[in-house]
Design a protein around this ligand. Sequence first.
Ligand code: NAD
Length: 254
Amino acid sequence: MRGLTGKVAIVTGAGSPNGIGFACAKRLCEEGVRVLLTDIVPDGAEKQASELRAAGFDATATVQDVTDEKGWDEVIGLAVARWGQVDILVNNAGVSIAAPATEMTLDQFTRQIDLNVISVFLGSRAAMRQMRAQGKGGAIVNMSSVAAFVTGAGSSAYAASKAAVHMYSKTLALEGAAEGIRVNTVHPGITNTNMVAKAFSEAPESIQTMASAIPALRMAAPREIAAAAAFLASDDASYCIGSSLLVDGGVLLQ
Ligand SMILES: NC(=O)c1ccc[n+]([C@@H]2O[C@H](COP(=O)([O-])OP(=O)(O)OC[C@H]3O[C@@H](n4cnc5c(N)ncnc54)[C@H](O)[C@@H]3O)[C@@H](O)[C@H]2O)c1
């Protein structure tokens, strides 16, 4: 992909070996990007970064709670101290807690808003300020979901949070456009990660039933979502501003 070599990226929620975040970090590294992986799990991101370094890539890691405002200054500072700039942010960390709306606790609802929406606000703001100061544009990729457009019983908070990411990103895209700071969203369908394993932990056998209802007849692999994120971060997407890239195996066609 054009324009990625030598860039500096931050990818959040990148500490799970089979997660979308790590897949994004790996794909960006393969495209010649220097990557700071972050995750709330102690050693999670560091373990993944060391795997990338062992493969010859320039990657480092830090522990971060993406809902912590001050932590964002530290994360941006870390990338700048090491590489002098921040060109790409992938706001990937997120959570899904399913419960019927009448059973959902306030804690469950606010956790999803904090982790899926407030984190995107804090991260995008911090990155955009840094990119603006650098004066040479940048790319912010926010991980939304098909749940921004369609929902299911039990997903009230998650769908609301991902719809918020979708529209928040569009406004941000408008505000950054003239400076070459492009903001776009990726909308994965069901992807084979721990998030899905957890959601189906009580009935793992129904994963296959669910997958067979997808037009593609399977879940996405994390690398298929990462490819979309890398494209939006690259100069190949230079005219994508506020776009919403569906990577859903055809789910929204039905
Ligand atoms: N898996 C799917 O089917 C699917 C579908 C659509 C969208 N998404 C979105 O893609 C993103 C990644 O999903 P995934 O399936 O890889 O999830 P995952 O649960 O496998 O990984 C999420 C990662 O985020 C980290 N994390 C959790 N809380 C954090 C915090 N406060 N600060 C920093 N890191 C934190 C976790 O430790 C974990 O490593 C999420 O935003 C999710 O909503 C996933």
